[in-house]
Design a protein around this ligand. Structure first.
Ligand code: ADP
Length: 467
C-alpha cells in the first residue's frame, strides 16, 4: 500500500516539475512570437501609412481638389487617372460627400465606403465582410473640405501569412516542449535517484565512500560532498563510542572481578562478622564502579563531542568559591591553607556545573597530594582573550616522566596509591576543559609542588537587562 502511495507521490512530483518546465518553455516561445509579430505589425503599418500620405500629397498636388464642386454635388467616376494608386477619395463637407473610387481596386459595393465615419483614419481598416484592408488618411483642404483617402494595405496579407505561420510554429514548438519537459525532468530526477540508491547502499553496508564530487552537476556534487562529510563524521563518532565502550568494558573488569571475589569470600564464611564486612566491601566496590561508569561516560561524551554543555556567561570566580567552600574542612584536617587571589573577576561562557567539578577535582588533588601544613593557592586572572586559573600547591609534585601520563584514563602515580582515587579526575578535567574550547597544563617539580593551569576563552560580561 505504502509503495503504491510512494509511486503516486513520485508521479505527482514529476508531473509538477514537467508542467513547470513546459510552461516556462512555452512562455518563452509565446513571448518571442508575440514580440516578433508586434514589431512586424508596427513596421509594416508605418510603411503603409507613409505610402498613403505620399500618394494623397501627390494627388492633391495635381490640383484634383479643384474638380470637386460640392454645391452641385454629383458623385463622379471621372479623373480616375489622377487617383493613381489611391483606392478611393472622399470629399466631405457637412453632411455632403463626393466619392471618387478606383474601380480596379474596389471590387465591391461603394456604398460600404460611404458608411465609413468621416474622421476614420489609421491603418489596416477592414470593411464588413471583406478581407481587403485599407490604410486611411484624413485631412482638410483650404479649411472647406475634409478629405478622406485610402490605399489598399499591401502589407496586411503578408503580415497575416507570417502570423499564421508563426502561430503554427508555436503550436509545433509547444508539442516539442512537452517532450523536452519530460526529458529534462527525467534527467534531473535520475541524478537524485542515483544518489538515493547510493545512500541506500551505504545504509545496507554494500556501498562505498566517497560519493563522486566531480560530476557535471554542481548541486549534486555539493550534495555528495555534504553526504560524504556527514557519513564520515558519523563513522568517526561510532568508532569513538565503540572505543569508549571497549575501554569501559575493559576497565570495569577488575573492579567487577574484585566485587565477585569479595561476594564469594563472604558466601563461603559462616561468621556473621566476616559476612558483614564482605557486604560492606561489596557496597563500596559497587559505588566505586558506579562512580567510574559515570565519569567514564562523561569523558567519552566530551571526547566524541556529544557532551551536552548547558553554557551561560558566568563569573568564573563564583564556581571556584563554591569548590573552596566544599573542601574547607578536608583542607583543615590536613592543616592546608587554601587562598584565592582574584584581582580580576573575568567572565566565560561555561557550563557552571561541569566547571565546578573541574575546580573541585583540581582542588581535591592539591589537598590530597599536598603536604601537611602546606598550602593551595588559586590565582584567577585574565590575559587578552583568556581566563587563566592556576592551582598551585607545595605537595609531592609529579616527576617529569609522569607529567604526560597523569591525564590518561585510570593512571595513578606510584606515590599516590596511599590516597583514595580512581585515576579519572584529571582525565575528566582535560575532557571538560577542552569541550569548552580551553586547555589545561601542568608544571611541576618532584617534592616541591605542582601548578595546574586552566585557560578558557573569556567573554565580555553583558550588563544586566533593565526591565
Ligand atoms: P587520582 O587523583 O584519582 O589518582 P587523577 O586523575 O586526579 O586521579 O590524577 C592522576 C594522577 O596525577 C594522580 O594519581 C597523581 O599521581 C597525579 N597528580 C594529580 N594531581 C596532583 C598534584 N596536585 N600533585 C601531585 N600529583 C598529582
Amino acid at each position: 500500500m505504502s509503495s503504491v502511495l510512494n509511486k503516486g507521490a513520485r508521479f505527482l512530483s514529476r508531473l509538477r516539475c514537467s508542467l513547470g518546465v513546459f510552461f516556462l518553455l512555452v512562455m518563452v516561445g509565446l513571448i518571442l512570437v508575440v514580440g516578433t509579430l508586434g514589431y512586424l505589425h508596427y513596421q509594416m503599418q508605418m510603411a503603409d501609412s507613409a505610402r498613403a500620405q505620399r500618394l494623397v500629397a501627390d494627388y492633391l498636388k495635381k490640383g484634383a481638389a479643384h474638380q470637386v464642386q460640392i454645391g452641385s454635388f454629383r458623385s463622379s467616376y471621372a479623373d480616375l487617372n489622377t487617383l493613381g494608386e489611391l483606392a478611393f477619395v472622399r470629399f466631405i463637407r457637412g453632411g455632403e460627400h463626393i466619392l471618387l473610387a478606383n474601380e480596379e481596386k474596389i471590387t465591391f459595393d461603394v456604398n460600404e465606403i460611404m458608411h465609413l465615419a468621416a474622421d476614420l483614419e489609421g491603418t489596416w481598416v477592414l470593411l464588413d465582410g471583406h478581407d481587403t484592408a485599407f490604410t486611411l488618411v484624413v485631412g482638410k483642404i483650404s479649411g472647406v473640405f475634409q478629405i478622406q483617402a485610402a490605399v489598399i494595405a499591401e502589407n496586411y496579407p503578408i503580415y497575416i501569412r507570417i502570423a499564421k505561420n508563426l502561430y503554427l510554429a508555436l503550436a509545433i514548438y509547444s508539442v516539442l516542449c512537452s517532450f523536452l519537459a519530460v526529458g529534462i525532468t527525467k534527467k534531473s530526477y535520475s541524478s537524485l535517484e542515483k544518489t538515493s540508491a547510493q545512500i541506500a547502499a551505504l545504509v545496507n553496508n554494500s556501498g562505498s565512500l566517497p560519493l563522486s564530487v566531480s560530476g557535471n552537476e554542481p548541486e549534486i556534487n555539493q550534495l555528495h560532498s555534504q553526504i560524504n562529510s556527514l557519513v564520515l563524521h558519523n563513522r568517526t563518532l561510532i568508532s569513538v563510542i565503540q572505543g569508549s565502550l571497549d575501554n569501559v568494558a575493559h576497565d570495569l573488569r577488575t573492579p567487577v572481578t574484585r566485587l565477585r571475589s569479595v561476594a564469594e569470600y563472604g558466601l563461603q564464611s559462616d561468621d556473621e562478622g566476616k559476612l558483614r564486612s564482605a557486604l560492606a566491601d561489596c557496597l563500596e566496590e559497587s559505588e566505586q564502579i558506579a562512580a567510574m561508569l559515570r565519569i567514564m561516560m562523561s569523558v567519552a561524551e566530551a571526547e566524541s563531542g556529544t557532551m551536552s554543555l548547558h553554557r551561560k556567561v558566568s563569573e568564573v570566580f563564583v564556581g571556584i568559591q563554591d569548590a573552596v567552600e566544599l573542601y574547607e574542612y578536608v583542607a583543615e584536617e590536613k592543616e592546608i591553607v587554601i587562598s584565592v587571589v582574584a584581582d580580576e573577576r573575568p567572565f566565560a561562557n561555561i557550563d557552571p556545573v561541569r566547571m565546578r567539578q573541574v575546580w573541585a577535582n583540581l582542588l581535591d588533588n592539591g589537598i590530597k597530594y599536598g603536604k601537611v601544613g602546606g598550602h593551595v593557592t588559586i590565582t584567577l586572572s585574565q590575559e587578552m582573550d583568556s581566563v587563566i586559573v592556576r592551582f598551585q600547591d607545595n605537595g609531592i609534585g609529579v616527576s617529569e616522566s609522569e607529567q604526560h601520563k597523569i591525564w590518561e584514563r585510570l593512571y595513578r602515580g606510584d606515590r599516590s596509591r596511599s590516597e583514595k582515587g580512581l585515576g579519572l579526575g584529571l582525565n575528566y578535567v582535560k575532557a571538560v576543559v577542552e569541550a569548552h574550547g580551553g586547555t589545561v597544563h601542568v608544571a611541576s617539580t618532584l617534592h616541591q609542588g605542582s601548578c595546574f593551569e586552566v585557560r578558557l576563552p573569556a567573554v565580555q560580561a553583558t550588563p544586566p537587562q533593565l526591565v
